[in-house]
Design a protein around this ligand. Structure first.
Ligand SMILES: C[S@@+](CC[C@H](N)C(=O)[O-])C[C@H]1O[C@@H](n2cnc3c(N)ncnc32)[C@H](O)[C@@H]1O
Length: 251
């Protein structure tokens, strides 16, 4: 990736260049870079608010989100914190300390999100609409449906929902839950596909309200020209942006 492939937020870019790979996790640096850029774009547009991640694991992607926040914004990280053989919460806190995400800028939430109502999720995330929500918890279709409903109910009108592990070979039909969600919510659409870096760093889908697409799509295509798959993606009647580490039409 070229030197110009960055978020434009110095603290995030330092973490992505030196630190990201040291934090155990699953999200790709490619996707975290585009996420950081989207968070910067929101700040520039005056779209404010806190962010949340469902499924922080040890904080790899969470730290990138947290370092992108403006003053007064907060990162909420949900997890069961029960991963076999790994004290997740302690490791999350050690990683946030090591990579400069101050403890007063984020709150870990030890909850099974499958058991939360939208009102409870709201109370646990500051009670105001969230501008960016990363959904990366339990990968069953039922759990993703539930997590999407929590995210949907708590999203800023111009905010973004990022869904991980779409088209991951270990979860080949998980995408059906997103398709069903979009059919239930025609005001929402798939704005961007962030393609995989490898089998672990799997694709993410970025969803937003249809009337917010214009805030993001042209900017993404201009900013990431070298990563833009110009054919786009057929997203239920909408041509979405596709960004990939190696865009090409032929094998
Ligand atoms: C794929 S990992 C997340 C990876 C992380 N987002 C990253 O980018 O490195 C999934 C996480 O979801 C958590 N999780 C699974 N089921 C959950 C649930 N019902 N509620 C909250 N967290 C859950 C797991 O404990 C695990 O840490």
């Amino acid at each position: 990736m070229t030197a110009s492939f960055n978020t434009g937020i110095p603290a995030v870019d330092r973490y992505l260049a030196k630190g990201y790979d040291d934090v155990r996790g699953m999200s790709s640096r490619f996707s975290a870079t585009i996420t950081g850029h989207l968070l910067r774009r929101q700040s520039e547009l005056g779209i404010g608010g806190s962010v949340a991640e469902i499924g922080t694991f040890e904080g790899r992607y969470f730290i990138a989100m947290g370092l992108a926040l403006a003053e007064g914004e907060h990162a909420y990280g949900f997890d069961l914190f029960e991963w076999p053989g790994s004290p997740l919460l302690q490791r999350l806190q050690a990683n946030t300390d090591a990579h400069g995400l101050a403890r007063d800028r984020f709150t870990p939430r030890s909850f099974d999100t499958g058991k939360l109502t939208a009102a409870e999720f709201s109370a646990l995330t500051g009670g105001a609409p969230l501008r960016f929500i990363h959904v990366d918890g339990d990968h069953s279709p039922e759990a993703l449906t539930q997590d999407l409903s929590l995210a949907h109910a708590n999203l800023h009108p111009q905010g973004l929902i990022c869904v991980d592990d779409m088209l991951h070979p270990a979860f080949p039909f998980l995408v059906v839950a997103v398709h069903d969600y979009l059919k239930r919510h025609p005001e929402m659409c798939l704005m961007c596909v962030i393609d995989r870096e490898d089998i672990v760093g799997a694709p993410k889908f970025i969803l937003c309200r249809t009337d917010a697409v214009k805030l993001y799509e042209a900017d993404l295509m201009q900013r990431f020209t070298a990563q833009h798959f110009t054919m786009g993606g057929d997203a239920m009647g909408h041509l979405c942006v596709v960004l990939t580490p190696h865009p090409r039409l032929m094998a």
